[in-house]
Design a binder for this molecule. Structure first.
Ligand SMILES: Cc1cc2nc3c(=O)[nH]c(=O)nc-3n(C[C@H](O)[C@H](O)[C@H](O)COP(=O)(O)O)c2cc1C
Length: 149
């Protein structure tokens, strides 16, 4: 199986987390990491498992590096019924009700296009003391267990 980690970031954490996820993935998987805007939301591959890793910016918005992908989902509404994906969000709880809304918006847009979500959305809170990988790696191990079961 192919795994494509696609990140939306402003300051790099989501991208670094994709590196950590890839390093924690067994070698029999073919892994790729891309900025989300470099992935065509209207042409996703049914043989690939997509892992969306996204921060939140502005006021609960997707980062600029994910905007094109997100807009294509909303405007083009591709049929993603052949696509499986998982979502991990980065945010900061001190932003209140917009906490981790960027990843929430991407998740909802994928579901609206009929893609199949595996597992629960993972979340990292930057206002806490733990680095993203401490929250992220156990979540990723759980997703890996589901897709290999
Ligand atoms: C200008 C700015 C706006 C932000 N807005 C939000 C927000 O609305 N909600 C939220 O949960 N986090 C918000 N954050 C926090 C980031 O999502 C968080 O720090 C994240 O870990 C950054 O990840 P990145 O390095 O991949 O960009 C904001 C951060 C900045 C600098």
């Amino acid at each position: 199986m192919k795994i494509h980690f696609i990140y939306g970031t402003e300051s790099g954490n989501a991208q670094y987390l994709c590196d950590d996820f890839k390093d924690a993935t067994p070698e029999n998987f073919e892994c790729e990491i891309s900025e989300m805007n470099n992935v065509d939301a209207t042409n996703l591959d049914g043989d690939t498992f997509y892992v969306i890793v996204s921060a939140t910016f502005g006021t609960g918005d997707v980062p600029s590096t994910a905007e094109d992908f997100y807009d294509d989902l909303l405007e083009e509404k591709p049929d993603l019924s052949h696509i499986k994906f998982a979502v991990f969000g980065l945010g900061d709880e001190s932003f209140g009700e917009t906490f981790a809304q960027g990843s929430q918006k991407l998740m909802e847009a994928m579901l609206d296009c009929k893609a199949h979500m595996i597992g629960e959305r993972g979340i990292h809170d930057a206002s806490g003391s733990l680095p993203p990988e401490v929250a992220g790696l156990p979540w990723w191990e759980g997703i890996l267990a589901k897709i290999t079961a």
